[in-house]
Design a protein around this ligand. Sequence first.
Ligand code: HEC
Length: 110
Amino acid sequence: MKTLLQYSASIGAASLLLACGPGLAVPADGDVTRGRQAQASLTLEELNRGRASYIAKCSGCHHLYAPSVLDAEGWAHMVSEMRERSNLTHTDERAILTYLTVMSRRPGGS
Ligand code: HEC
């Protein structure tokens, strides 16, 4: 797995962080379609819930990272690492990870 530092070196540090919620990719129907390849029951509501939880639980200590900075494996690792710090419930963790994973695969980034 590439580390985030390797990623940030290749994409440029400026695009790594989002100032706050409004800049964060908003799920659309195409994201649901793509996400259903991995999780057939995925809904737009679930992705939106994940986005809201990501903003609510992960923006307290640092700016939000764009979903495109990591791949699925990277996010799985990172969210489990941040779980205790963020007091995540299982539902939060699942929703946040689903949102980040699906959005990280958006063609052209976000
Ligand atoms: C209580 C504070 C806190 C909360 C809440 C928190 N983080 Fe972090 N996060 C940190 C700190 C401190 C770092 C700096 C690196 C480290 O200590 O691991 C960090 C670093 C990161 C990084 C970058 C790691 C790197 O390699 O540079 C990512 C991505 C990240 N956090 C994601 C999240 C996500 C996703 C959530 C919500 C589930 C979250 N964080 C919630 C404190 C927090």
